[in-house]
Design a protein around this ligand. Structure first.
Ligand code: ADP
Length: 478
């Protein structure tokens, strides 16, 4: 059932059992060697074909994202675009890095080379907020590097993930090399990661689940394997008095409320220099009032529902707390037609102190704090002090301020004078530090290495009649 209207059934899912998990890992394990031995260029070709299929079936993909995930149509387009970019980007990287071995320097008489290979079977565990893009990104990275994959989508969004798997199989990924296991965290996810045949985990989701997975991996008696985790953030934006208010407002609106605030990168905490705060808050109210909340299938809709009733209730509890402890700036009314879905109206609060927002609250709630120009260092400290480090934004027209701040903020993705969402594959490699994730960044040039083992090969070429005269030179001769 979709979040926009709980009366409409979108599809049906048969969840994997413990036996299915066991079978999938066994099959993937058997199939991986042949896949790894397949030339990287051939694997890349298959991923490029998957990209073409995703583009061809864009309408179906968007429809699934909208119906099952409550995504607006514009978000659906971006979602498919990103999935396609992941396929092509990792295909290109595989060709470049996993093709011919790299020759290393060494003495004459010896040939040294370094090559990359798949590690084995990767578990790919993904969230509902980018049910196609993140899912496809994790899977294609692991495949590109020569791994087999057992992929578990989020409980809320198995249909679009299943469709992506179908397209990947159609493109030529062997059935056993990519196994699809819909199901919940405890039954499927936890079982997967505690199996010693799993050679690595790519995960995106909450920090709590990342801790649980890390512990499950640590408890295994077997090889110690890579864990690539992308988790949440308490993302901040600083706006000083030199910033262009119109630009600030447009970027704050999209950063906080696009995708109903359900992006890991979304703006949560906006710091406004007090000299311009009243003016910007007034403009923000006006801009918020223009947002269209409603059915994500309508082109005119800016903000759709939140993912499920649990999320809606969590947001409602947080908003109640904020109403007691902070000042409500603006809240959109819930229009007619939203009563059958899990809609939560975008809203903004002004806080006395950033410490009042203790954790990531995943949804369309913006928190605003005023600061004095002389307090800039305290603001930077507060942002870094959260322990998260995902995205950050600054609006200023003073280069020195921009430099000063961006050199001191610990965030994986920083944005200057623009919005702070929508990282593009290969352009803004995405991922945080600290509590926000382990890296390496998805859609970046270092990602695939984490999915690989490295092997060197050193051959004594003199044994087979190499350049023996050079080897026998004495030092004084050269
Ligand atoms: P969110 O808050 O975005 O729902 P979660 O961390 O709960 O984030 O979920 C992200 C993914 O992790 C989902 O696919 C979920 O099923 C999975 N998951 C939840 N618990 C576990 C676990 N203990 N082990 C492995 N995967 C899990």
């Amino acid at each position: 059932f979709g979040p926009a209207d709980r009366r409409i059934q979108v599809g049906r899912v048969l969840e994997a059992t413990a036996e299915d998990v066991e079978q999938a890992i066994a099959r993937a394990h058997r199939a991986q060697k042949l896949w790894d031995a397949t030339p990287a260029a051939e694997r890349a070709e298959i991923l490029n074909r998957a990209a073409e299929l995703l583009e061809k079936e864009m309408a179906t993909c968007i429809a699934l994202c909208t119906r099952e995930g409550g995504k607006t149509l514009a978000d659906g387009v971006a979602e498919v675009r990103e999935a396609v970019d992941f396929c092509r980007y990792y295909a290109m990287q595989a060709r470049k890095e996993f093709g011919a071995p790299k020759l290393m320097p060494g003495p004459t008489g010896e040939r040294n080379q370094l090559s990359l290979h798949g590690r084995g079977v990767f578990a790919a565990i993904s969230p509902w907020n980018f049910p196609l893009a993140i899912f496809t990104g994790q899977v294609t990275a692991a495949l590109a590097a020569g791994n087999a994959v057992v992929a578990k989508p989020a409980e809320q969004t198995p249909l679009v993930a299943a469709y992506a798997v179908q397209l990947l199989h159609l493109a030529g990924v062997p059935g056993d090399v990519l196994q699809f296991l819909p199901g919940d965290g405890p039954t499927v996810g936890a079982r997967l990661v505690s199996d010693p045949r799993i050679s690595g985990v790519a995960f995106t989701g909450s920090t709590e689940t990342a801790w649980a997975i890390n512990q499950a991996l640590a408890a295994r008696r077997g090889p110690i394997v890579p864990f690539i985790a992308e988790t949440g953030g308490l993302n901040a934006m600083i706006v000083d008095s030199s910033a262009l208010p119109e630009q600030v407002v447009a970027d704050v609106i999209s950063s906080s409320f696009q995708s109903a605030g359900q992006r890991c990168s979304a703006l949560r905490l906006l710091f406004l220099q007090e000299d311009v705060a009243d003016k910007i808050i007034e403009m923000l109210k006006g801009a918020m009032a223009e947002l269209r909340l409603g059915d994500p299938r309508e082109l005119a809709t800016d903000v759709g529902p939140v993912i499920d009733e649990e999320a809606r209730q969590m947001l409602a509890r947080h908003a109640e707390k904020m109403e007691r402890e902070a000042r409500l700036i603006h809240r959109l009314p819930l229009p007619a037609g939203t009563e059958f879905g899990t809609f939560f109206p975008p809203q903004a609060f002004e806080l006395q102190s950033p410490a009042q927002l203790e954790r990531e609250v995943f949804g369309p709630i913006l928190h605003i704090v005023r600061f004095k120009a002389s307090e800039l260092d305290r603001v930077i400290e507060a942002i870094n002090g959260s322990g998260y480090g995902l995205t950050f934004g600054i609006h200023s027209r003073i280069d020195n301020t921009i430099r000063y701040v961006t050199q001191r903020i610990h965030a994986g993705n920083a944005y200057v004078n623009r919005n702070m969402i929508g990282a593009v594959v290969g352009v803004q490699p995405f991922g945080g530090e600290g509590l926000s994730g382990t890296g390496p960044k998805a859609g970046g040039p270092h990602y695939l290495y984490r999915f690989a083992v490295e092997r060197t090969l050193s051959v004594n070429t003199t044994a087979a009649g190499g350049n023996a005269s050079l080897m026998s030179l004495r030092e004084g001769d050269v």
